[in-house]
Design a protein. Structure first.
Lengths: 137, 468
């Protein structure tokens, strides 16, 4: 069972951004979080480590923190990640994710340029800002 | 897979990884490959962007690895800690472990966790000797009594909540009722005990025990209603905490030293001066029921000499504890540096002896009776009778302390605490249900709010006592 993690704060955060700001900037700056993208499982371990150090929020809020970390701070391998991963990290819809999966089955993507020219419906600005988290292996 | 992730995580966030990225002439574009070499342990496929952090690619997931994204499933880990207070033995004036409370991790072979300084002392000054320690989940506080004052520490923050010096004649070993309402603590060698509000430190009343000068130990019945006040003298008095009235007196042949109670506080087990053994008295009638002597060693021929040998605390046995299930009585032997274990029956027999060459002058049973903490620093498995660990400070030196607390925490909240007195409390399940004994039911909800002005003495201005 998963008890509420710590005490309920007066106002509960209801969006990923609000949750991460409320919980994760309580002891250190957000840079510590946003500077160190890592695998989703590693984020899970990190958040547990922060809870061991005293980070507190409801289970729901920690769910939102994990959403934030997944959507913004998790690297993806375009040639291997599953649809959920592609949709979350690249902020694309199911259709675009399936297009990527179909295309890479034929020919793996070489790089960002290859991805951008081969698949429609991508947010180029976002991809540019997240480029260090996007891998082609 | 989790382990792999941890290693990768450490690599990519450490400052050395950042330094590496800065020093190496890293190509400033995404996805650029860098060759792994002996001074660059990063795999070739790590992304390096200028002086920014290095991002590792996701770890490939095996087919059928289950849901990609667990969303929550976080837990607050419990901690099992031993709080050792220093200087915790009058018999170790010059020993090398300084002052304060040394926290050890019972889940990790008593590894050093931290040192809490209750009061600061000038380097040139000796710290006050610790007289006793108690804690209660109901207040989430630890109470430390030293010769001269008493302090309450909020265990969720390790900050002092209140401090008390009362009439200037405090303090001895404190005890706190399970509900956290009353803290009873002896004056320093006078003939009275104070009752304070354990939350605020406010003085409520004084339990006077004329005829029992030399206030020393203090025990509380499990329900917190009766105080067993033993002076370093022959007359032990029992007071009703609420009314302050003396309800029974027990006359012993020699000075009462350490004491312990059975689960309903109907019997008291005491060490006596000039005696290697213990006595049992009926707390309702005031009659002595048993006198149990150690016969496995010839202590009388060593002791009955002029001049008497000097032993710590000046008595052959200073340390007594009932096992929590009440089946055994453990007593310290300061002459031969042993612990003697007796069956707690109508006809008690010594059933085992344990050597503690460093000298034991107090014995405590830990939570659930699983381990015994001897003041020699030895931690003993009561089943195998073997020393399984030693309490050591951050400097690796053995700590002698007669004042330690075995506690568990969840979410920084004190959950359970063993008593410094070796009181029996019956079977664990019943004790937990009743909320009596050294254990308390698991506490939920927010921690007790701490005082807004930490460390303030609520009794400031109390007249200085002129007694003795």
């Amino acid at each position: 069972m998963t008890p509420a993690v710590g005490q309920q704060a007066a106002t509960e955060a209801t969006t990923p951004e609000a949750a991460v700001t409320k919980i994760c900037a309580a002891c250190h700056t957000m840079e510590l979080v946003t500077d160190t993208p890592r695998d989703y499982d590693a984020w899970h371990d990190t958040v547990q480590k922060m809870i061991d150090r005293g980070a507190r929020g409801t289970q729901e809020e920690f769910g939102l923190v994990m959403d934030y970390l997944f959507l913004n701070m998790t690297p993806v391998d375009v040639n291997h990640g599953d649809a959920d991963m592609l949709m979350g990290v690249l902020h694309i819809d199911e259709k675009a994710a399936q297009a990527i999966i179909a295309r890479r089955a034929v020919r793996p993507f070489k790089d960002l340029a290859d991805l951008e020219k081969s698949v429609s419906g991508l947010d180029r600005k976002l991809l540019e800002s997240k480029k260090r988290m996007i891998f082609f292996q | 897979m989790k382990n792999v992730m941890k290693i990768a995580g450490a690599l990519l966030v450490g400052t050395c990884a950042v330094a590496l990225a800065q020093s190496a002439a890293a190509p400033d574009r995404p996805g650029a490959a860098r060759a792994a070499s002996s001074d660059n342990p990063l795999p070739a496929n790590a992304n390096v962007v200028g002086s920014g952090p290095i991002v590792m690619p996701p770890v490939p997931r095996p087919a059928g690895a289950g849901p990609q994204r667990p969303r929550g499933d976080f837990t607050i880990h419990s901690r099992h800690l031993l709080y050792v207070t220093m200087p915790g033995s009058l018999e170790r004036q010059m020993y090398p472990n300084g002052s304060g409370i040394i926290v050890l991790d019972a889940d990790n072979n008593y590894a050093f966790v931290k040192r809490i300084h209750m009061w600061e002392y000038a380097g040139s000054m000796a710290a006050e000797d610790v007289a006793g320690v108690a804690a209660r989940p109901a207040t989430t506080m630890l109470y430390l009594a030293v010769r001269g004052r008493l302090g309450a520490l909020d265990l969720a923050t390790d900050k002092m909540v209140w401090t008390a010096s009362l009439d200037g004649k405090c303090c001895e070993r404190p005890q706190v009722s399970a509900d956290g309402k009353h803290l009873v603590v002896g004056s320093n060698l006078q003939d009275y005990w104070y009752v304070l509000d354990a939350k605020t430190g406010k003085h409520i009343r004084t339990l006077h025990a004329p005829g029992s000068p030399g206030t020393h130990n203090l025990n509380l019945s499990a329900d917190g209603k009766r105080a067993f006040m033993s002076p370093n003298g022959k007359l032990l008095q029992i007071a009703d905490v609420e009314s302050g009235k003396i309800i029974q007196k027990i006359q012993f042949p020699e000075n009462v030293r350490v004491q312990a109670l059975n689960k309903d506080s109907s019997k008291i087990y005491v060490n006596q001066n000039n005696f290697l053994g213990y006595m049992v008295a009926d707390t309702n009638t005031g009659k002595i029921l048993q006198t149990v002597e150690v016969t496995s060693v010839d202590w009388r021929s060593v002791w009955n000499k002029t001049p008497r040998p000097r032993v710590p605390h000046g008595c052959p046995s200073h340390g007594i504890a009932l096992s929590p299930d009440g089946k055994e009585v453990w007593i310290a032997d300061a002459i031969f540096n042993k612990i003697h274990i007796f069956s707690n029956t109508d006809n008690p027999k010594e059933i085992a002896t344990i050597d503690t060459p460093e000298g034991t002058y107090w014995i405590m049973f830990g939570l659930d009776g699983k381990l015994v903490y001897a003041s020699s620093g030895d931690i003993i498995d009561p089943v195998t009778r073997k020393v399984v660990a030693v309490t050591k400070s951050e400097w690796g030196t053995r700590m002698h302390s007669e004042k330690e607390l075995d506690m568990t925490f969840i979410d920084g909240r004190l959950q359970r605490v063993a008593n410094q007195f070796g009181n029996e409390y019956g079977d664990f399940v019943t004790a937990e249900k009743l909320g009596v004994g050294p254990h308390m039911p698991v506490m939920q909800g927010p921690a007790y709010p701490i005082a807004s002005n930490p460390g303030v003495d609520p009794n400031a201005g109390m007249p200085q006592s002129t007694a003795r």
